[in-house]
Design a protein around this ligand. Structure first.
Ligand SMILES: Nc1ncnc2c1ncn2[C@@H]1O[C@H](COP(=O)(O)OP(=O)(O)OP(=O)(O)O)[C@@H](O)[C@H]1O
Ligand SMILES: [Mg+2]
Length: 335
C-alpha cells in the first residue's frame, strides 16, 4: 500500500512556501535564473538556478519571475519556470519520500490565476503530483485560521492584493477583488520618490525592499528614518521619513477603498460584522500601522476592527495543507 503525502503550497508572485503533512515548512523566492551565455553556463555548471541562489548570481543570469501581476505569464519560459519551482520545493520538502508514495497537493495561487491558469498549473505538475486542488490565496488564508463566518480577508502580497469576503460558503467571484497594488507597486513608488528628492543616489530593488521592510509605516508619527545610501559610490545618510510615509499611504489608500467597497455591497444585515472581522495577511501585513490605518478608514462607516495574521509567511500554505487533508474526493482534480 502506498503512503499519501499531503502538501499545501502558497505560490506567490514573490515568494512560494510549502507546508507538509510530515511537519516541514520551507519557503523560496519565486524566480528562476538561466545562464546568460556560455561563460556563465560553465561557471554555474547547470541549466538553471532557483530562488535566492539565482538572485545572488543574477548578473550572470536571465531572471524569470513567472507570476507577474498575479497570473502566470503567458510565455513558455514562465510556465516552465513555475513547474521547476513547484517541483523543487516539493522535492526538498519531501526528501524522505519513497518511490511508491503518492503526493496530494493543494496550491494557493492569486485569485485571478485561480480562474485563468488552472489548466496550465495542472499540466505542468502532472508528472510529479498525483492529485491537485487549486484554490485562491485569500481562501487558503481563511481556511488556515478557521474563519468561514463573515470575515474579510485582505492578502497584501508582492504582485497583488487579494480581497475575499467569507460568508460561510465557498466565495464566488463577486466576493473577491484583486488589485495590482501591492509590495512591488510600493517598491516602485518609494524608488521614484527617493530619486525625485535625491536624483543621484544609487538604488537597487533589493536596497528598496530592505528599507521598506525595515522602516515602512502608515502611522501618523514615526521616528526619523535615516538610511545609508551611496552617490557615485560615496556613502552618506539620507532622511526619508516623509517619503516613506507618503509612499506607503499610496499603497494603503486603494486597499482601504476596496475594503469599503466590499463592505458596502454586502448584505446590510451583516455589514457590521464584516467591518469588525477584517484579517490582514501576506507580507504587506507587516507594514507598521496598517491595521490601525484600515480601521481609521472605516470610521465614517461606523468603525471596524482589523487584525494581522500571526504567521504572514506560512498561513497561506498551512491553510492549503489543511484543505488538502480535509477535502472530500469530489473536489479534487484527478490527473
Ligand atoms: N515588514 C514588511 N513591511 C512591508 N512590506 C513587507 C514586509 N515584509 C515583507 N513585505 C513585502 O511583502 C511582499 C511579499 O508578500 P508575500 O510573500 O505575501 O507575497 P506573495 O504571496 O509572493 O505575492 P502575491 O500574493 O502577490 O502572489 C513583498 O513586496 C515584500 O517586500
Ligand atoms: Mg501571496
Amino acid at each position: 500500500m502506498s503512503n499519501i503525502f499531503y502538501v499545501g503550497i502558497d505560490l506567490g508572485t514573490s515568494r512560494t512556501s510549502i507546508a507538509t503533512s510530515t511537519g516541514k515548512r520551507l519557503s523560496a523566492t519565486t524566480c528562476v535564473g538561466y545562464p546568460k551565455d556560455i561563460i556563465s553556463k560553465k561557471r554555474f555548471g547547470k541549466a538553471y538556478l532557483l530562488g535566492e541562489e539565482a538572485l545572488d548570481n543574477r548578473l550572470g543570469l536571465n531572471m524569470v519571475w513567472p507570476l507577474a501581476e498575479g497570473v502566470i505569464r503567458a510565455d513558455e519560459r514562465a510556465t516552465e519556470a513555475t513547474g521547476l519551482i513547484l517541483r523543487h520545493i516539493i522535492a526538498e520538502a519531501l526528501s524522505d519520500k519513497q518511490e511508491a508514495d503518492e503526493i496530494y497537493a493543494a496550491i494557493g495561487v492569486p485569485a485571478q490565476a485561480s480562474f485563468n491558469n488552472k489548466r496550465a498549473i495542472i499540466d505542468i505538475t502532472e508528472d510529479f503530483i498525483d492529485k491537485i486542488l487549486i484554490v485562491s490565496e485569500p481562501f487558503a488564508v481563511a481556511y488556515s485560521i478557521d474563519r468561514f463566518d463573515e470575515t474579510l480577508i485582505v492578502d497584501i502580497g508582492g504582485g497583488t492584493t487579494d480581497l475575499c469576503r467569507m460568508h460561510g460558503a465557498i466565495p464566488d467571484e463577486a466576493d473577491q477583488m484583486t488589485l495590482k497594488i501591492a509590495g512591488n507597486y510600493l517598491d516602485d513608488k518609494i524608488t521614484k520618490a527617493i530619486l525625485e528628492k535625491f536624483p543621484d543616489v544609487q538604488l537597487t530593488p533589493r536596497i528598496i525592499r530592505r528599507i521598506k521592510e525595515k522602516y515602512g509605516y502608515v502611522s501618523d508619527v514615526s521616528e526619523p528614518v535615516k538610511v545609508p545610501l551611496t552617490e557615485n559610490g560615496i556613502p552618506s545618510e539620507y532622511d526619508i521619513t516623509e517619503i516613506l510615509r507618503e509612499s506607503c499611504l499610496k499603497l494603503t489608500h486603494p486597499i482601504c477603498e476596496a475594503i469599503q467597497k466590499l463592505v458596502g455591497t454586502f448584505d446590510p444585515d451583516f455589514q457590521e460584522k464584516l467591518r469588525n472581522n477584517i484579517i490582514i495577511a501576506g507580507g504587506g501585513s507587516r507594514l507598521k500601522g496598517i491595521d490601525r490605518a484600515i480601521e481609521k478608514s472605516l470610521q465614517v462607516y461606523g468603525g471596524g476592527n482589523a487584525a494581522t495574521v500571526q504567521d504572514a509567511e506560512y498561513c497561506g500554505s498551512i491553510g492549503a495543507l489543511k484543505m488538502c487533508m480535509e477535502m472530500p474526493e469530489e473536489y479534487w482534480e484527478k490527473i
